[in-house]
Design a protein around this ligand. Sequence first.
Ligand code: IMP
Ligand code: MG
Length: 177
Amino acid sequence: MRDIKEIKDFLSKDKIASRIKELAAKINTDYAGQELTMVGVLNGSFMFAADLVRELTMPVQIEFMAASSYGEGVTSSGVVKINLDLKTNIEGKNVLLVEDIVDTGLTITNLIDVLKTRKPKTLKLCSLLYKPARIKHPVIIDYLAFEIPDHFVVGYGLDFAGKYRELPFIGIYEGPV
Ligand code: IMP
Ligand code: MG
């Protein structure tokens, strides 16, 4: 493991990989005999989505979306701005949204609302991490890898100010903010 003094080890590469295998087994059972459209939420979910999809056994189409949130109270409509949208029509498809972390839930609940208007056959959420202590917009996470305490985590796709996404493990950021 690369040693970075401001990052404390939290979830190892092996722990993440074995948990992804367990989640994938469940997804493979649930969607057996069906096709899946996986929608990864950029940038944070790129590594998780890439590892998860390799464990899936059904035919999968892979799409990405990117959104940025302005926090609450800024505008009355659309607190989340979509910066990159899907390139295909998801009407009638089994859509699995893949997110890095559900923190307050603002981003993902907005994305779910947007995707629902496009009439997918099914829409489920898979998240690598969930911080229950911070949730403000409750959401059902159909497939969750890890529930974590209220720490700011980085690595395995997650960043602090654009840094550390490349780390193959998840660590707790303890540096200056
Ligand atoms: P939300 O509050 O659930 O809308 O989370 C918005 C976004 O904040 C997530 O998709 C992440 O990109 C980011 N985020 C929240 N908590 C963390 C964290 O602990 N580390 C890195 N990014 C985070
Ligand atoms: Mg994110």
